[in-house]
Design a protein around this ligand. Structure first.
Ligand code: FA5
Length: 344
């Protein structure tokens, strides 16, 4: 009956050990110690044949009962450890539904980009196609071939940013795209060229980097009347039929005759403010009939063809359309300013 006592002691002993356990690894270890191939209870059952026959039945029964007891205990323990682990895991990743939501604000294109697109689209609707040119431009295209030879005082009209590459400048206007286009295409030509340009300028209506859109139309029998008609239609589309438009004689080396076009200041309604420098008018574009010297530089027959060109300032248009009092507001990236134009 030694074995019976031993089995009972084993039961008491391991029951306690199982009680103290709280992780799955230790549980497996104890399980192996007791019920594994070489486990203590397994050994008892294996050695039953050595037990005297009169005790064998009783010991066998007891050993099986204890085995069953621990199998049930281990199963229950395993489940309780797993439940506990799950509960801890859930607690860690609990969603706090009382937290206020945070919104990711959707961005929007900048007002200058929007205006540039709107203006380009108006000309595209009229039948112009879009041309492009580089911002680091050959001096020859930015000046010489536009009838602005070296040492010509007209170069001073546009304060140039020179770069450390001989023969190149940051383009001061989009007019070099006229040259690039006429060097590669034969008339009829009808293009607009939107893009960034650079000048040493800075005040409420002048920025060192700004955007222009160039227009060029070359064909047989193009007249100043066509230029005036296109510009009038364009300005009325942007600002409405009631806009005041004024054409002033001007000078550009690459057009003859040349004009500058002003519109009535929409910021002050023509009364005078710092945007229109108290004149009631704001200059928004330069234009004219393509100078024969430019046609000659690109090899276009001046007997057969005439053309007009214009270049307008995008920021000026945006300022007048949205009554923005200082050009620098467009480039300071103040979100309070920028978000006002969302969805325009
Ligand atoms: C020119 O740049 C000519 N290339 C325009 C042209 C093209 C004339 C084709 C004839 C034929 P101007 O320097 O005036 O011209 O500039 C054109 C427009 O750009 C101006 O009317 C003004 O609206 C805008 N502009 C000029 N300088 C600045 C500046 N620093 N910041 C913002 N806008 C400017």
């Amino acid at each position: 009956m030694e074995l019976k006592k031993e089995l009972e002691a084993l039961k008491g002993d391991y029951e306690k050990k199982f009680e103290e356990i709280n992780n799955l690894q230790e549980l497996q270890k104890l399980k192996a110690e007791l019920l594994g191939k070489k486990g203590k209870i397994t050994q008892v059952l294996k050695n039953l044949k050595n037990v005297p026959p009169e005790e064998r039945k009783e010991i066998g029964k007891l050993a099986n009962q204890i085995k069953q007891f621990f199998e049930d205990l281990i199963k229950a323990k395993e489940q309780s450890i797993k439940d506990k682990l799950l509960e801890e895991e859930l607690k860690k990743s609990q969603i706090d539904i009382t937290l206020p939501p945070f919104w990711i604000e959707a961005g929007a294109p900048h007002v200058v980009k929007e205006t540039l697109k709107e203006i380009t689209d108006i000309f595209v609707t009229m039948g112009f196609s879009v041309a492009e040119g580089p911002e680091v431009e050959r001096e020859e295209y930015n000046f010489d071939m536009l009838n602005i030879p070296k040492d010509h005082p007209a170069r001073d009209m546009q304060d140039t940013f020179f770069i450390n590459k001989e023969g190149y400048v940051l383009r001061t206007h989009t007019s070099p795209v006229q040259i690039r286009t006429m060097l590669t295409k034969k008339p009829p030509i009808a293009i607009v060229a939107p893009g960034r340009v650079y000048r040493k300028d800075a005040d409420p209506t002048h920025s060192p980097m700004f955007h222009q859109i160039e227009g060029l139309f070359v064909d047989e029998n193009v007249t100043f009347k066509d230029l005036k008609g296109i510009l009038k239609k364009f300005l009325e589309t942007v600002f409405g039929e009631n806009i005041s438009i004024r054409l002033r004689p001007s000078y550009f080396p690459f057009t003859e005759p040349s004009v500058e076009v002003d519109i009535g200041c929409t910021v002050c309604g023509g009364e005078g403010c710092r945007v229109c420098k108290s004149t009631g008018w704001l200059e928004i574009l330069g234009a004219g009939m393509v100078d024969p010297n430019v046609f000659e530089a690109v090899g276009i027959d001046t007997e057969k063809y005439t053309g007009f060109a214009f270049g307008l300032g995008i920021e000026r248009i945006a300022m007048l359309k949205y009554r923005i009092p200082d050009i620098r507001l467009l480039f300071t990236n103040d979100l309070r300013f920028n978000t006002q134009f969302k969805g325009i």
